[in-house]
Design a protein around this ligand. Structure first.
Ligand SMILES: [Zn+2]
Length: 328
């Protein structure tokens, strides 16, 4: 199927493949169709911009340069993996390249070396410009390369290209003699093609398992039991910490504080207070007996007896108060 995708289909194909897409300005109607044919299309070409910065690079690829009008590609792949759509239709990205390469792309066969400029690439290739200086030092973040893979796979899937992992996705350097893009740490066209081929063996929404996920999948039942046990223990600790925080207003009763506890539960304090109440009751009982004997012997009036009883109770309460305030 070699008729170019409509803007709508292209957009949907990218999104279905998990590409984060930004529609830039009037990309749907922005093209160089007045200067030559667009289609039949046979493949996807990858470039680097030799620029830095997303907004400036996107703007340049949309508007072009004084010597080369835009659009300079169909999508700009930012360092963060976002693809900015800047054109739909013929775009000035591929220039003249090797017809033998074009024939290999059409036939989905191994690429010959590019040593001629006798075929118009802008007619036959979708183009993605990835933001990179191309100085062989500027790194290619994995998320950016993943976006290149997904965008390329989206178009291959929509057109039915490259099911066997063949050559529907090429670099500019494989098309036109003298070109070097894309290059740098983190990207090779061989790797991009292998990953596109792998994607095409799965559905569009597929994500390759990260190495961490693969490690997790290698766990056996014992590992999982250990992880669950540790997770539960951690949860219990956190629960205990939360309880302590809530109980922070209740200092430890003196007896438990002596054992190194800094906080008490309400039940501990009730037990502690209960002991004091029993002490007060016992003291009052003892005083009552003494006072009764004194009263029987005469010489004490009722008011004096009451005052003495109250003094005893107050002394016990003062001890309790001191115990409480000492805990701050
Ligand atoms: Zn290029």
């Amino acid at each position: 199927m070699a008729a170019p995708l409509s803007a709508e289909r292209l957009l949907k194909a990218l999104k279905d493949e998990g590409v984060r897409v930004v529609e830039y300005r009037s990309w749907r109607t922005h093209n160089r169709n007045s200067r030559g044919p667009w289609g039949p299309v046979y493949g996807v070409m990858i470039h680097h911009t030799v620029t830095t910065g997303t907004s400036g690079s996107v703007d340049l690829c949309y508007g072009g340069r004084s010597d080369l009008p835009g659009p300079l590609c169909h999508g700009v792949v930012a360092k963060d993996g976002t693809v900015y759509l800047v054109g739909h239709g013929r775009a000035n990205h591929a220039g003249s390249g090797d017809r033998d390469v074009l024939n290999a792309v059409v036939a989905e066969k191994a690429l010959p070396a590019d040593n001629e400029t006798n075929a118009d690439g802008n007619t036959h290739f979708y183009g993605f410009e990835a933001i990179n200086l191309g100085d062989n030092k500027d790194p290619w973040p994995p998320v950016q390369v993943e976006a290149i893979v997904r965008a390329s796979a989206a178009l291959c899937r929509a057109h039915g290209w490259g099911k066997d992992g063949a050559t529907s996705v090429i670099g500019h350097l494989e098309w036109q003699p003298g070109k070097i893009d894309p290059r740098g740490p983190g990207i090779t066209m061989k790797d991009v093609r292998a990953r596109v081929a792998e994607r095409l063996r799965h559905s569009a929404g597929w994500s390759p398992a990260s190495s961490a996920e693969e490690d997790e999948m290698a766990l056996d039942a014992n590992d999982i039991r250990t992880i669950v046990r540790e997770e539960l223990a951690r949860e219990r600790d956190q629960q205990a910490k939360r309880t302590l925080t809530i109980d922070n207003v209740i200092p430890a009763a003196p007896e438990t504080a002596a054992k190194g506890n800094t906080h008490a539960t309400p039940a501990q304090w009730f037990t502690y207070l209960g002991k004091f109440v029993r002490e007060i009751a016992a003291e009052q009982g003892a005083q009552g007996a003494v006072l009764a004997r004194l009263a029987q012997g005469g010489g004490l009036d009722a008011a004096e007896i009451q005052a003495a009883a109250e003094a005893g109770a107050r002394a016990a309460l003062d001890r309790l108060g001191a115990a409480l305030t000492d805990q701050d």
